[in-house]
Design a protein around this ligand. Structure first.
Ligand code: SF4
Length: 448
């Protein structure tokens, strides 16, 4: 005779809510924290109401980002009440505690163990063999088909407008074999596009003296070109972000021409006028950039260059700004983002003389955006009639789809809108015939 089955009472796992602010680097930190918490037996909550504790991963890059972080903390406290703060603003615990004395804990950037410890303290996991399960793969905050891959942390430069090095410290590169192992896992789990990020991708491995590690039976150097080549062999799109135009970047361009790495470079030039670049203390500040852009395009004609610029930096004269506009006309960059200079607390640039009045910044910003939008529109017009590879991000209910070409990074660049998605699914890479274009986006249909 069998015994009557006993109902098994499973303890419920504490639920964690996560608000992740700022750049993709912060997003990767959030993913790491959530992965660790998931492994420790926590569940995730998509809303404030269902969370036992809410983590706010803050950004402190600009004062406006800090204000946004403080607003997010305030909202989490109002909606839930049990809040732990981490990330870049964690270095300003006093400011946070003065405004929100009820926060449970404040931890700084990269203090994974401290933040995880604070969660354990605030919402302990009841002991149970059923809760402490390790997830099959890391948790991701991006869609399954693309993933950010962080290759280093910190930065050895001291750009005068930036406080990142004082928050995140000097460059610390990950071992190339560890990066490649993570990338391989991501690709096996469905990632079709790897977005390589860091503070300065071209500096990767400097702190490791570009030492070699064994990978699949051969040595691989901790160096951007070696890493890019090996990543390119994994079968996913590989997109390089935050690359400074050091001379060795020239050696990545042939990998793009070969199709191993996407023909795309995100280079934050920030300005072109030599004296503004000097005042900014920018790395790889050298005059030959325009010549090198030409040389890169000769090797890889389809290369898309994305960049960001700051207008209204202290001391920027009308002539400097005109120099920048003329430089942009020559450089013909594919994608451009711009910021009006904003003094960030603690940045050396705040003490520079000749601060630019706000209305002048606005006017320069509008002129720069108008100029670069016209360049972008002309470049996109030239793509009409071509057939491009497009990765599908979203399939709409009305039968269309939205994706991106190799020239478009998610969130920051343009999109390709497809009418008639047919049987396409998210993450598919398809050939698309481009039929139309506007200033930022392309429009097309799947090619026969
Ligand atoms: S390169 Fe300059 S702007 Fe970029 S993180 Fe380093 S110091 Fe900041």
């Amino acid at each position: 005779m069998c015994a009557a089955p006993m109902a098994l009472e499973l303890p419920s796992a504490p639920k964690i809510g996560m608000v992740s602010l700022g750049c993709p680097k912060n997003l990767v930190d959030s993913e790491r924290i959530l992965t660790k918490l998931r492994a420790d037996g926590y569940a995730m909550s998509a809303d404030y109401a269902g969370a036992d504790v809410v983590l706010v991963n803050t950004c402190g890059f600009l004062d406006s980002a800090k204000e946004e972080s403080l607003e997010a903390i305030g909202e989490a406290i109002a909606e839930n009440g049990r809040v732990i703060v981490t990330g870049c603003m964690g270095d300003e615990a006093a400011t946070i505690r003065a405004r929100f004395p009820q926060v449970l804990a404040v931890t700084g950037p990269h203090q994974y163990e401290t933040v995880v410890g604070a969660v354990h303290e605030a919402a302990p996991v009841p002991p149970s063999p059923y809760l402490n399960l390790v997830p099959e793969r890391d948790l991701k905050l991006t869609p399954r088909h693309y993933s950010y891959l962080k290759i280093s942390e910190g930065c050895n430069h001291r750009c005068s407008f930036c406080i990142i090095p004082s928050i995140r410290g000097d460059l610390v590169s990950r071992r190339p074999d560890a990066i490649l192992r993570e990338a391989e896992k991501l690709v096996a789990a469905g990632t079709r596009e790897l977005l390589v990020i860091s503070q300065d991708t071209s500096a990767y491995g400097l702190d490791l003296k570009h030492a070699e590690w064994p990978w699949k039976g051969a040595p691989v150097r901790a160096h951007m070109t070696d890493l890019a080549r090996e990543l390119g062999k994994l079968g996913a799109w590989v997109r390089l972000h935050y690359v400074y135009p050091y001379p060795h970047v020239d050696r990545v361009i042939p990998l793009m021409a070969e199709g191993l790495v996407l023909p795309y470079l995100d280079i934050p030039f920030q300005h072109a006028a030599p004296n503004v670049l000097r005042a900014m203390k920018r790395p790889a500040n050298e005059a030959r950039v325009l010549e090198r852009l030409k040389a890169w395009r000769a090797i890889c004609p389809d290369i898309a260059i994305r960049s960001t610029f700051v207008v209204g930096f202290p001391g920027e004269t009308d002539a400097d700004f005109q120099y920048l506009l003329d430089w942009l006309d020559e450089a013909q960059l594919d994608r451009v983002g711009a910021f009006r200079f904003e003094p960030v607390k603690g940045a050396a640039a705040n003490a520079l003389p000749d601060q630019v009045p706000e209305e002048v910044k606005e006017e320069r910003y509008a002129r720069l955006m108008e100029r670069t939008a016209a360049i972008s529109a002309a470049k996109l017009q030239a793509k009409i009639g071509r057939t491009l590879d497009v990765i599908i991000d979203v399939v709409d209910e009305d039968g269309g789809a939205t994706g991106r070409s190799k020239a478009d990074a998610p969130e920051i660049d343009g999109e390709v809108h497809l009418r008639d998605a047919g049987s396409l699914a998210q993450g598919d890479i398809v050939r698309v015939l481009i039929e139309d274009a506007d200033e930022h986006d392309l429009f097309g249909v799947p090619a026969a």
